[in-house]
Ligand binder design. Structure first.
Ligand code: C5P
Length: 237
């Protein structure tokens, strides 16, 4: 399958049309940004790692009954996916306080939440992806009630599946972001990526961060942490 017209270039990925209107190719980049593009850099090998981690997670979730856009990995950095129109919501699931939740609610990083917290943000870089509730989603027609219900159910199930899978590998899933899209035939699919760029992964014993917070906060060893996460998932660490 060949890449044709580039449809979109984001901070960490490029998306291409193919000769099949129902299939796209996603190509992962080493470029890294944080704080909505205010901090920029590059993490050597990140594109290949995020491609592999995402595909691993998508296949795990497919096996648990979550429909995803994953079709097949084409190369180190490229994957064939089903074409979808992305719903303009970032769906965040949190198990432990960190990042913007800690600052917003004055919770110390690492505080365990009594139940998972689900948040929706409006995907708008120019507005710094503001958090929205059901009323905003309805009033702005960002998604239908049915889509929100289905997304909620999938997101909480994804959290259960990933938490349990990662727990066995000695990794704590602190929080993560999901995106969903609709196919031309009206199927809702988990899309985008599930990687150290979009999740907070902590080593369960030491609380060492194995994710993009190392880049965001200049903690060092960014490449090594991404590689360690991949190695643990692939069972060779
Ligand atoms: O920054 P914040 O604490 O709200 O992030 C929550 C989770 O969502 C983190 O795992 C972060 O990596 C992810 N996220 C993301 N893309 C965004 C915002 C958050 O992947 N635009």
């Amino acid at each position: 399958m060949q890449k044709r017209t580039m449809l979109y270039e984001g901070k960490a990925k490029r998306l291409y049309e193919t000769d099949d209107k129902d299939l796209y190719i996603v190509s992962y980049k080493d470029d890294a940004t944080a704080f909505n593009g205010k901090k920029r850099g590059s993490i050597l090998g990140k594109g290949a790692i995020n491609n592999k981690v995402t595909n691993h997670m998508m296949q795990l979730l497919e096996g648990e009954g979550i429909p995803t856009h994953f079709v097949t990995q084409l190369s180190e950095t490229d994957t064939l996916v089903k074409a979808v129109t992305i719903i303009p919501l970032e769906v965040i699931v949190r198990n432990i306080a960190a990042g913007s939740l800690s600052s917003r609610l004055g919770l110390e990083e690492g505080v365990h939440l009594a139940t998972p917290v689900l948040e929706f943000c409006y995907k708008r870089d120019d507005l710094d992806d503001p958090m929205v509730n059901m009323y905003h989603i309805k009033a702005l027609s960002l998604a239908t009630d049915e889509q929100v219900q289905q997304i909620t159910s999938y997101a909480l199930r994804i959290n259960e599946v990933l938490c349990s899978y990662l727990r066995d590998l000695g990794i704590t899933l602190v929080d993560f972001k999901l995106e969903f899209g609709m196919t031309s035939s009206g199927q809702l699919l988990l899309s985008d990526e599930i990687s150290p760029d979009t999740c907070r992964f902590w080593d369960t014993k030491t609380n060492k961060k194995l994710d993009k917070d190392r880049f965001r906060r200049d903690l060092g060893d960014v490449e090594a942490a991404y590689q360690e996460l991949l190695s643990r998932l692939m069972g060779d660490a």
